[in-house]
Write a protein that binds this ligand. Structure first.
Ligand code: CA
Length: 158
């Protein structure tokens, strides 16, 4: 099945470009032009990744990002026309996985989407075993005690 991307963006021209670009890259694309209807669409469509604009009619991206986070495990990439550093930092603090400032390079967007999706897939398939404060990830072979990483040799790990 094709990974599905939800675009939350109010500029129809940009939505058109992104839809074409991402469909060409093998993604299924759904789009919403308003912030206040975005959550309903995301809940219905269950995308694998959300591209989220900040300045939106209805509800803005700052408000939407944590709301999306509460409803889905899909990673969020913020697309913002605002270049101010503090807005970007705020976007990341709200739980977006990555951000791009407009105008962005199409290739860069495609690469970042692939990277973020790869990352979220890895998290979804990682197999963690917990015992008390000890946690062990069978995929990455990472061991933590009370949240702190412990470095072990392969023999010690086994
Ligand atoms: Ca906008």
């Amino acid at each position: 099945m094709k990974p599905k991307i939800a675009i939350v963006e109010d500029e129809p021209q940009l939505v058109g470009i992104l839809t074409y670009l991402l469909a060409d890259e093998g993604y299924e694309v759904v789009s919403v032009l308003r912030g206040d209807t975005a959550l309903a669409t995301i809940e219905k469509e269950k995308p694998d990744l959300v591209l989220l604009d900040i300045m939106l009619p209805g509800t803005d991206g700052f408000e939407l990002c944590p709301a999306i986070r509460r409803r889905t495990t899909a990673p969020v990439i913020v697309l913002t026309a605002r270049k101010e550093q503090e807005d970007i930092i705020r976007g990341l603090e709200l739980g977006s996985d990555d951000y791009l400032t407009k105008p962005f390079n199409n290739k860069e967007l495609v690469l970042r989407i692939a990277r973020v999706l790869g990352r979220s897939r890895k998290e979804a398939t990682s197999e963690r075993i917990g015992y008390g404060e000890l946690s062990l990830d069978q995929t990455t072979r990472e061991v933590t005690v009370a949240g702190r990483p412990v470095s072990l040799t392969p023999t010690e790990y086994n």
